[in-house]
Design a protein around this ligand. Structure first.
Ligand code: COA
Length: 391
């Protein structure tokens, strides 16, 4: 019985800022952001996009009508929920026209939510091999203007279709996990901006990676050489570099290929920034879309981390997959974004913090198929701009 990722889609909003511009505006040496953090650009999410519209935009080009009828579960991993009660998946179900005979719900555990959803999807397909599940990781990372976390903001969505036809990655159900109640990053209910003990969060992340990775090797009698690539939750590229350094020396000739693949896996993250639940999966997309050296049968390790904190290490086997269509689609989304000045970004960021019972978003600069029109009498209104339908 095979189970894994049959299709994968990505979306980020049509705006970005350059990290050199941000560094200059914040009186920082640009190399701190480019080299010290590893970030080149950062997506800026306008008020016309939220996790629902971004997920719908990520999913729309990958799901066929047949898929929509076979989907039994819509699992939405996010820590940027749009309602304290109603799940983002309910809106997504109607925007995409997925069968009503589905379970639709949201999962929260910081950046780990999509991985919890993925593991649940794998279990479900193992028991119900003729059905399909979609797993979403969508978020907007906000730390605040002029904070040390600002350089690690970003946002976007990754959507994975999980089935018994794993055309991209096949999973075998093996994983190791570790959790502990710590205060490294959190977001109190009254604010849209995260609280973070940044340096402490780095230490907890590396500790959890080492625990779960080493336990995985021991439990399944493997060594690091059994992996062709290791991918990580990437809040910012330097975090992944630090984690990989903790188990693979950069100057060790036997680790050359794992470092080569790692650099392929952060190409997109270094231009999009942090998308919390979607970051590991954007890194996986970056690896399989950009690497010319991986081939079918290669084992790819994945480390998922959600502050608070939960870590999980698992692995998948790359399938015989033509990556050209995926690479073209993701390159187009990232390359076609419009660059903002820092003052334009600051204005857009502040607009994104405003919320009220009645709002109307400016849609003029956003030609994405799905947008958030605003709120009417406390109800969110989405728009399918291609079909001219409001939801
Ligand atoms: N050229 C090159 N590198 C430079 C530099 C320069 N001019 N100036 C500083 N650096 C390096 C530092 O040496 C440091 O590298 P290191 O981490 O390898 O030691 C890096 O840039 C960052 O500098 P630092 O002083 O630690 O930055 P900071 O105190 O402003 O905070 C974070 C950095 C990541 C802690 C902060 O952005 C943050 O809190 N981010 C959000 C938290 C997060 O994403 N946590 C991850 C777990 S999920």
């Amino acid at each position: 019985m095979s189970v894994g990722i049959e299709k994968v889609g990505f979306y980020t909003a049509p705006y970005y800022i350059d990290m050199v511009d941000l560094a200059k505006a914040r009186q920082q040496d640009p190399n701190k952001f480019l080299v010290g953090i590893g970030q080149k650009q950062q997506s800026v999410i306008p008020p016309s996009q939220d996790v629902v519209s971004m997920a719908a935009n990520a999913a729309t080009n990958i799901l066929s009508d047949e898929d929509k009828q076979l989907i039994d579960m819509i699992i939405f991993g996010t820590e940027t929920g749009i309602d304290n009660s109603k799940a983002a998946s309910m809106y997504l179900q109607s925007l995409l026209g997925i069968s009503d005979n589905a379970r639709a719900f949201e999962i929260k555990q910081a950046c780990y939510g999509a991985t919890a959803g993925l593991q649940m999807a794998i279990d479900y397909i193992t028991l119900h091999p003729d059905r399909k599940v979609i797993v979403v990781g969508a978020d907007i990372a906000r730390y605040g203007l002029n904070t040390s976390g600002e350089v690690t903001q970003g946002g976007g969505a990754v959507v994975m279709l999980i089935s018994n036809q794993p055309k991209i990655i096949q999973f075998d159900g093996r994983s190791t996990f570790y959790s502990k109640n710590v205060m490294d990053f959190w977001r109190p209910g009254y604010t849209k901006e995260a609280k973070v003990d940044g340096h402490y969060s780095n230490d907890v992340y590396i500790d959890f990676f080492n625990r779960t990775f080493k336990q995985f090797l021991q439990k399944f009698d493997l060594t690091i050489n059994d992996f062709s690539a290791l991918t990580f939750h990437v809040p910012y590229p330097k975090m992944g570099i630090k984690a990989l350094r903790s188990v693979a020396g950069e100057d060790d000739p036997s680790m050359e290929s794992i470092w080569h693949e790692f650099h392929e896996s952060i190409i997109y993250n270094s231009r999009v920034g942090n998308l919390y639940t979607g970051s590991l999966y954007l890194s996986l997309i970056s690896l399989i879309a950009n690497s010319d050296t991986l081939s079918a049968g290669d084992r790819i390790g994945m480390f998922s981390y959600g502050s608070g904190a939960q870590g999980e290490f698992f692995a998948g086997i790359l399938q015989d997959f033509d990556n050209s269509k995926l690479k073209h689609a993701v390159d187009q989304i990232i390359n076609n974004r419009n660059q903002l000045t820092i003052s334009e970004y600051e204005a857009m960021y502040k607009q994104g913090l405003i919320d009220a019972a009645n709002t109307a978003n400016d849609l003029s600069g956003d030609s994405s198929r799905f947008v958030l029109k605003g709120r009417s009498d406390d109800k969110l209104i989405y728009r399918d701009q291609e079909m001219n339908i409001d939801f």
